[in-house]
Design a protein around this ligand. Structure first.
Ligand code: PHE
Length: 334
């Protein structure tokens, strides 16, 4: 009986536990099964030997038989538990569909996002730093600091969305003041911003929310002529063609003098206004310790529509899937 005492029993139990824990699949489990309880398995062999052993009396054989059966139960319980665990794992793996293509293969960028991405790239290549401002803006940054007086029509409730004592910014020129006031920039520098703007305009050619690209250069050599040169360079890069034609018409903005409206010539010979610009007013620059600069504000929707051949501004926000598939495009680099 010595050869099958409790200690040996414990040792076999430990062996079984270790073996089963290391099983990774059903094949491993079946190997463990034949190793322990198969025809020539450890447990079966011990049982056979005991039964044949003439030194073990009938009573002891019963005890050994009981211990062996307990060991077999011990094995079969662990075996069943492990199978359950494997089935649960397989089920949860099935819930994750590994066949779904990775995002970049199916997604397309909205033409406005694509245009925005291209503009970020161009502006940074042209030496501009990016600045951001809030969409809910104070009247000070949106109007006052830009010489837009209290009784100016733009400050009318018919034109502007008011949010308590603030406004939804009507242009991104507010970012210009924030950047100038920040004192972060010294000497000659270039800043741009791209963002959402809001006006109470909602008809076939306007959206109440649209986007502007704002840019300004503070530089001793800033002039209307360098402004025009810069705009041409920018538009050539954006439209990806060399023969871009623009015309400057006199305009009025309280924060620039002289001010211009800029049109771009279409292939059909027609001109379309795409931006406002001008030399930043002295009072704005001097208040913040600067001398000379020009600024411009471009309608993102306008230039994106020209570039991608989109005729209806409302298509940009209609979420029409066939339209998005047609005009969407793979991004440059996300
Ligand atoms: N803020 C002006 C607009 O919204 C555009 C502009 C920006 C004009 C900068 C001049 C200089 O129409």
């Amino acid at each position: 009986m010595n050869q099958f005492d409790d200690q040996k029993c414990k040792k076999i139990q430990l062996d079984i536990t270790e073996h089963i824990n290391q099983c990774n699949d059903i094949k491993d489990l079946n190997l463990a099964k034949s190793h322990f309880v198969g025809k020539d398995g450890i447990i079966t062999t011990i049982l056979r030997q005991c039964m044949k052993d003439p030194d073990i009396n009938g009573e002891d054989k019963k005890i050994v038989g009981k211990k062996i059966n307990d060991l077999k139960d011990f094995f079969s319980n662990l075996y069943k538990e492990k199978i359950n665990e494997m089935q649960n794992l397989a089920q949860s793996a099935e819930q994750v569909d590994f066949t779904i293509p990775v995002y970049s293969n199916i997604g397309k960028m909205h033409p406005l996002s694509l245009a925005k991405e291209q503009i970020h790239k161009i502006m940074q290549e042209m030496g501009f730093c990016h600045e951001k401002g809030p969409s809910i803006e104070s009247e000070y940054y949106n109007f006052e600091a830009l010489n837009i007086e209290k009784n100016h029509p733009a400050r009318n409730e018919k034109d502007t969305f008011f949010v308590e004592e603030n406004v939804l910014r009507t242009h991104t020129t507010s970012v210009q003041i924030r950047a100038l006031e920040s004192g972060k920039y010294k000497d000659n520098f270039r800043i741009y911003s791209i963002g959402d703007v809001y006006r109470r305009d909602d008809d076939s050619t306007h959206l109440p929310m649209f986007h502007q690209i704002e840019g300004f250069i503070v530089d001793d050599n800033a002039s209307v002529s360098t402004l025009k040169g810069f705009l041409l360079d920018f538009l050539k890069k954006f439209f990806e063609k060399d023969d871009v034609e623009i015309q400057l018409r006199p305009g009025y903005f309280p924060f620039t003098e002289p001010s211009v409206e800029v049109d771009v010539k279409f292939d059909n010979g027609k001109w379309l206004e795409i931006l406002g610009a001008g030399m930043i007013r002295k009072n704005i620059l001097q208040k913040n310790g600067y001398k000379k600069g020009f600024a411009f504000g471009i309608g993102l929707e306008r230039i994106a529509m020209i570039k991608f051949g989109i005729s209806e501004i409302h298509d940009l926000v209609d979420n029409n899937l066939p339209w998005l598939k047609k005009y969407g495009s793979k991004g440059i680099a996300l």
